[in-house]
Design a protein around this ligand. Structure first.
Ligand SMILES: [Zn+2]
Length: 327
């Protein structure tokens, strides 16, 4: 069974509900993107379907093994289209299917992930779902996940048992990513350094998504600052200039690196603890004062971009002010 990290209180609540025979039939799991909602949903499904029925998945029974291999016929995940939207017909079919008895045991679990991403059809889809949530067949469990509960109809909110996915620690994320066995240790450390305990963001970083591009941009900027190259710095941001979201994220990484550089210069942390080569470079080149100024510059520029100021103007200002630091 894939281990569920953190979530101690949630695991206790799930165990207690199952042991007392008060299994929930409609569940809403909320939490930030990448923050383990689906992992908690699968854990809950596995605990409900486990043949041992102890309140937590045993990981060994036929049901647990089938869930682990993604082949359990009574764990059904709703499919969305490529934009993350749920089609009304698909949800209708899912709701119709709830009356059909389970294949294996007592329960059948339906998982509808990232429900709030389905903006265009949310209202209509919820009305269709409402039937299954208001009067679910005794063998049916419906688990929805969403970033917040704000998008839901009050009639749905009042009928679901709510769980909030608990954030994980950096240590948890490092262990999990290492166990996946797909990534270099140095990359894992970098990902956790940038994305903290958010497993989804760490994975996106390691798989070379937008986060990784932003990080590489910030890292290239640090290299140029360390070399004192004003021209190099301009070039780094000119190459990344096309996408505002990427620039904002890169500036965010730069802020964090400058803050680490600051702490390093002040002797508040050691280079070993920090495990950030880039913070070391900034600290050496700029010292505590310079790192502080870089932090402020990057944070202000990110604010400007968020207020949708002229992007190239804001970035030109930023690099011009940075070159003041380099002299
Ligand atoms: Zn089991």
């Amino acid at each position: 069974m894939t281990k569920l990290y953190s979530n101690t209180a949630n695991k206790q609540l799930i165990a207690s509900m199952i042991q007392k025979g008060r299994e929930p039939h409609s569940v809403l799991i909320t939490g930030e993107p990448g923050g383990g909602k689906k992992a908690l949903a699968r854990y809950l499904a596995a605990a409900l379907l486990c043949e041992e029925h102890t309140g937590e998945p045993c990981g060994k029974c036929r049901s647990c093994r089938m869930i682990n291999d993604d082949v359990h016929p009574d764990l059904i995940t709703a499919k969305s289209n490529e934009n993350g939207n749920y089609r009304l017909d698909d949800i209708r079919a899912l709701v119709s299917d709830t009356v059909v008895k389970p294949n294996e045991g007592r329960l059948k679990v339906y998982l509808i992930p990232d429900f709030d991403r389905s903006v265009s059809t949310a209202q209509a889809v919820q009305n269709v779902l409402l039937k299954a949530i208001e009067e679910p067949p005794a063998h049916c469990v419906m688990i929805l996940t969403a970033a917040t509960k704000e998008v839901f109809l009050p009639t749905i909110i009042s009928r679901v048992v709510k769980f909030a996915a608990e954030p994980c620690s950096r240590h948890d994320a490092e262990e999990w990513l290492t166990l996946l066995g797909r990534f270099e240790q140095t990359d894992v450390i970098r990902a956790v350094g940038c994305c903290g305990g958010n497993f989804g963001r760490c994975l996106e970083f390691l798989e070379g998504g937008e986060l990784r591009k932003a990080y590489d941009c910030a890292r290239a900027a640090v290299e140029q600052i360390a070399e004192g190259s004003e021209y190099g710095l301009v070039k780094v941001f000119a190459q990344a200039d096309a996408k505002g979201a990427l620039l904002k994220q890169a500036l965010q990484f730069l802020c964090e690196t400058a803050r680490s550089g600051c702490l390093l210069s002040a002797g508040a942390v050691s280079e070993d603890e920090l495990r950030s080569r880039e913070a070391g470079l900034l600290s050496k080149k700029l010292g505590q004062n310079g790192c502080e100024r870089l932090y402020t510059l990057a944070a202000n520029t990110k604010d400007r971009l968020e207020r949708s100021a002229n992007q190239s103007l804001a970035m030109n200002d930023f690099t011009a002010k940075c070159s003041g630091l380099l002299r």
